[in-house]
Ligand binder design. Structure first.
Ligand code: GUN
Length: 293
């Protein structure tokens, strides 16, 4: 079994981005600037936005966070989106999800200028990705494709099973894995909560991408020997073995599945670090105007 070390790949990509930023900002050109809108005080969202800011600093980007109380009105949030859409100093921005219930998430996503939509959530970017046009591809699917590319996994002609059909991970990664690209060119089966005979399907997977949001859901009985496993899940569970009293686990029972897998991405240190660098890659593309040129 070989580990697909997302942390190491992410570090490599950050080094490449930092070099590119140095090259592009020679003279007195401003660096790329990524902004984030954060509403409320969900701890996971706060951690995610703080990691993004730290990663920006590491590669020489500017970053800013627009933080609001959870009772912000929808029109006020839309005004902030419009402000960032029109600010020439901001290359790209994200609206951290989830948003409070009184705000229509789709309305906010669709208000973001697609040219600055480095999260790749706007229907224009999703549509462009679907038909193979240059597009901002959302962070997690892009991170998964980059991991497969850099780990040199041969995907053409393989059977890829995706567990989960979310707009953020399952759906887009299933589209990318069936695209006429390498990585890609796989025959994709998308499974979800209503799939019957799940185990019979997952056992056929050459590549299994798990984004089902259930801790340690996939066990050794559900996979075949030699499978490539990408684990997108992340769950904090209690542990008597760690100092903090907690540990992170994925959607896959790592210990037993890794015995059968040819390649597997761990949690932590797999897909997680890749998502942040994907956002940096998209922001660099926005700065260079590479997608909508
Ligand atoms: N919430 C969970 N993942 C993401 C993400 O990739 N982008 C945004 N904006 N919110 C998220």
């Amino acid at each position: 079994m070989k580990l697909i070390d997302g942390k190491k790949i992410a570090e490599q990509i950050k080094t490449e981005i930092a070099l590119k930023v140095k090259e592009l900002t020679a003279g007195d050109k401003r660096p790329p600037h990524l902004a984030a809108i954060l509403v409320g005080n969900d701890p996971a969202s706060e951690t995610y936005v703080a990691s993004k800011a730290r990663a920006c600093k590491e590669v020489g980007f500017d970053s800013s966070t627009y933080k609001f109380e959870s009772d912000i009105s929808e029109p006020e949030l839309l005004r902030t989106v419009e402000f960032l859409n029109n600010d020439p100093e901001i290359d790209g921005f994200i609206v951290q999800l989830p948003l409070p219930d009184h705000i229509d998430e789709q309305k906010i996503i669709q208000a973001v200028n697609p040219h600055k939509d480095v999260d790749g959530f706007h229907p224009e970017n999703v549509g462009r990705m679907t038909i193979g046009l240059p597009a901002y591809i959302s962070a997690t699917p892009n991170g998964i494709m980059e991991m497969l590319r850099r780990a040199k996994i041969n995907t053409t002609g393989k059977h890829c099973v995706v567990l989960g059909r979310s707009n953020i991970v399952g759906r887009p990664v299933s589209i990318l894995m069936s695209a006429a690209t390498e990585p890609g060119n796989t025959t994709v089966t998308v499974c979800h909560s209503k799939t019957s005979g799940l185990k019979e399907i997952t056992k056929q997977a050459d590549i299994l991408i798990v984004a089902i949001g259930k801790q340690e859901f996939v066990n050794a009985e559900m996979v075949k020997d030699g499978v490539v496993v990408i684990d997108v899940g992340i769950h904090r569970i209690e542990s008597s073995r760690t100092k903090s009293g907690f540990k992170l686990v994925g959607d896959v029972k790592f210990d037993e599945v890794s015995e059968k897998a040819s390649y597997i991405s761990p949690v932590p240190g797999g897909v997680g670090p890749m998502t942040i660098v994907s956002l940096l890659q998209n922001t660099l593309k926005a700065y260079q105007n590479l997608i909508y040129s």
